[in-house]
Design a protein around this ligand. Sequence first.
Ligand code: SAM
Length: 351
Amino acid sequence: MALDEGKLMEFLGKFVTDLGATMAAGNIVVGDRLGLYKALADAPASPDELAARADCSPRYVDEWLRGQAAGGYVMYDPETGKYSMTEEQAFALANPDGGVYAPGAFRLALGSLRAEDRIVDAFRGGSGMGWHEHDEDVFVGCEQFFRPGYVANLVPSWLPALDSVVGKLGMGAKVADVGCGLGASTVLLATEFPHSKIFGFDYHQRSIELARKRAADAGVTDRATFDVASAQDFPGTGYDLVATFDCLHDMGDPLGAAKHIRKALAPEGTWLIVEPFANDAVSDNLNPVGRVYYSFSTFLCVPNALSQKGGYSLGAQAGEAAIRQLVTDAGFTRFRRATETPFNLVYEARR
Ligand SMILES: C[S@@+](CC[C@H](N)C(=O)[O-])C[C@H]1O[C@@H](n2cnc3c(N)ncnc32)[C@H](O)[C@@H]1O
C-alpha cells in the first residue's frame, strides 16, 4: 500500500510536537523547582541576568530559555537578546494560586510516568497498582494540578449550584471530604466556612500526613481534621455534605462508597460529586482533554481501582450515564448535573 506523503507529514508533525512536549515536561518542572518562571515573570532578562536572579548556572539557564521560547512558554526578543513572559504565560506558569498551574500538571505527569515498569507488568497480568505505591510527585503534583481549579470554582460556582448547601455551610455544617488527598478542597472549605467542621478522609496515610500539614499552615486545624479511612468505611453519620473530588472513579468499589455515603448523610444531606469532564461515548472524548484524562487514567486511575476490592474500574472518563447508574444503584433518589467547567463535571445527589 502506498504511503500518502501528506498524511505522513501531518502525522510526523504531531509526533514531533508530542516528543518536544514530553521532554519539555521535565524542563517545566525543573524551571518551576528552581524558581525560573517566577524570576522571569518579574522582569525581562538575558540568560545571565536570569541565572543571577535565580542563583543558577548561566549555561544551563541559556539552553533552558531557548527550549522554553521554542515551545511558546516564554518570549524571546532577538534585538535585545532578552527573554520575557506575557501576562498569560506568567499566569499559567508562575502563580500556584491562579486558575491554572501548568507546572503542577507536569509534575503529576512525570511522577506518574515513573511507574512505567509496573504499568507494563500490570498490562500483562492485569494486576493493580495502588495510589500509595506511586512516587511522591504524584501526590503533590495532583494537589498542584487540581487546587487552582478548586480555588477558582468551588466557592464561587460549584457550591452555589447545589440546593441550599451554602447557607448550611455558613451557619455551621458537618462535612466529609472523602478521598481528600492532600486536602486542597478540605482546607478551602474550612477557610471559607469557619463555623463548619470539615472531616477529611483518605485511605492513603502519606496524603493524610501532608493534608494535616496543609491545614496547620492555613491555620484551620480547629475545624479541619484528617484521618486515614476509605470511602467504604469512613466514620461518622449525620453529614450535611459529603464531597468526593476527583476520586470516585479511582475506586475499586465506588458502589460500596456510594452506599456508605448515603448512610452517612443526614436525611436532607447532599453528596457533591466532582469528576473529570467526560462525555458518555468514547468517540466524543477523543479530543485534547480526553487525551489528557485517558492517559493519566491508564497510569493512575485504572491501576488504583484494580488494586482494590470491588470489581469496578470506571476510569477518568466515565461520563454522566455511568455515574448516574452508580448513584441510583446505591439508592439515591435524586441526581443531577449541577454545573460544569471544561475540566470538571459537578453532580449533586440527595438521599
Ligand atoms: C486523583 S486523587 C484526588 C485527591 C483529592 N480529592 C484532590 O482532588 O486533590 C484520588 C484520591 O483518592 C484516594 N483514594 C483512592 N481510593 C480510595 C478509597 N477506596 N477510599 C478513599 N480514598 C481513596 C487516593 O488516595 C487519592 O488521594
